[in-house]
Design a protein around this ligand. Sequence first.
Ligand code: ADE
Length: 224
Amino acid sequence: MRIDIITVLPELLKSPFEASILKRAIEKGLVEIHFHNLRDYSKGNYKQVDDYQFGGGAGMVLMVEPIDKCITQLKKERDYDEVIYMTPDGDTLNQAAANEISLKKNLIILCGHYKGVDQRVRDLFVTREISIGDYVLSGGELAAAVLCDSIIRLLPGVLNDETSALTDTFQDNLLAPPVYTRPSNYKGMEVPEILLSGDFPKIEQWREEQALERTTKKRPDLLR
Ligand code: ADE
């Protein structure tokens, strides 16, 4: 998979890719991440990328021309499966969407800023609009990092234990069951005996029951 991220603030976005699982995925060659600073596609000495909105109103809007130049250049180099725009008015990200996007080969992710992008960018280029929740961030960068993490961890070979992404909360529309590690008794609090029994079919059954119980209690909406 290759992901091209277009942003006015690449420095806000780099560190998540420099640690842990995402770093390893890049080092293993399972994903390529390329950052494109929108200012490199702007005109003039001021490297202007945003302007006041027509009709008045507070907040700046990212201009269509630098974004057009950047996306057009990228599209000359390869075909893209999706041009994703991170925006609070997009479709809310969930596990099903992450699963689906993780199957794509080449993605462009566009990070909005200020009041967002000129509507013509959305009309011309964007194939999918994604929000990471009903709240407003200062820009799309942190949202893009969240999206990238959610899809990269699903790529084959990224997680050491191949099965572990399949048992995540939300796969199957269930929350994950409780987990424990050593010690088996901590200040009198015991680990459920079944987990120490070595009876794996029973353990599996217990986990399923716990997942269902947890989901019923905390997220009944997932069961509907
Ligand atoms: N940009 C600003 N807020 C956002 C959100 N909630 N999701 C995605 N992109 C955003």
